[in-house]
Design a protein around this ligand. Sequence first.
Ligand code: SF4
Length: 305
Amino acid sequence: MKQLNKDRYYKFSKYLEENFGTKVYKITLDAAFSCPNRDGTISDKGCIFCDESGSFSNLHSSLLPIKEQVQSAIKNLPSRYHAKRFIAYFQAYTNTYAPVERLKEVYDEAFSDDRVIGITIGTRPDCVDEEKIRLISGYKNPWIEFGLQTIHDKTLKLINRGHDYKCFLDAYNLCKKYNIKVCAHVILGLPDETKEDMLETAHELARIKIDGVKFHVLTVLKKSPLYEMYSKKPFKLLSEDEYCDILCDFLEILPPYTTVQRTAGTGLLTELFEPKWVKNKFETQNKIDRFLRERNSYQGIKFKS
Ligand code: SF4
């Protein structure tokens, strides 16, 4: 089995460099889409961990046309990056939640600059259909990011996702039919989930040979329904060591070719209630590296193909 060199897991930046021969940067775009789990279509409460701003997003002004957002995002990248190639990243809310004609207009605009060589679309698995997936498959280097969080229906219900695991699997298979790469968001430390539950999610994602994973730890944001739930009846949140330990176990189970697109992030710090340790992203990333080194382990060491 391929052992990863100095990186003990397969970073997305490395995948991009291997595939495009140069550094490629994501530029975050906001098409001002909404979310059916917030606008009352599925629910008006949202996922319990999500606050009003759409969870984990780092928004551009939604007032600017996409074309201008592309130019401004490219211009604002620090010059030390020497960035020449970009991926248009629609991150906030549900970026397939509109008629296909509207989606086409938005995605076309993202490619208004020749330096944009790919597209990543963040969405919900219940907001895609064959027509939308076919449209997306026609763009250069398409990826779709689905908020999965866990494969366990009991937890999906508890966190008010509004869809089950089968819905994700159907959407995933549709993407595979059209050769679209899929990245799944996973949250570690969801209420009532044991380490074994979380690692079952790892085994299942390994089984379907997922193309990419973004890891999050469950955080309690002040404006989220989880805050109310936690304030009334606090439950155990993961410590940094527990998170890193489970994440290392997860990486060992994933295939060595699955790209790891996020291991830690700061999110919306102003709204953060607990756990406070997530504020130090680099410390968490270093700890994950250290844990893998100490275990003399790497991504895929336990993957059974
Ligand atoms: S996390 Fe995503 S799907 Fe859930 S409520 Fe927030 S924007 Fe909607």
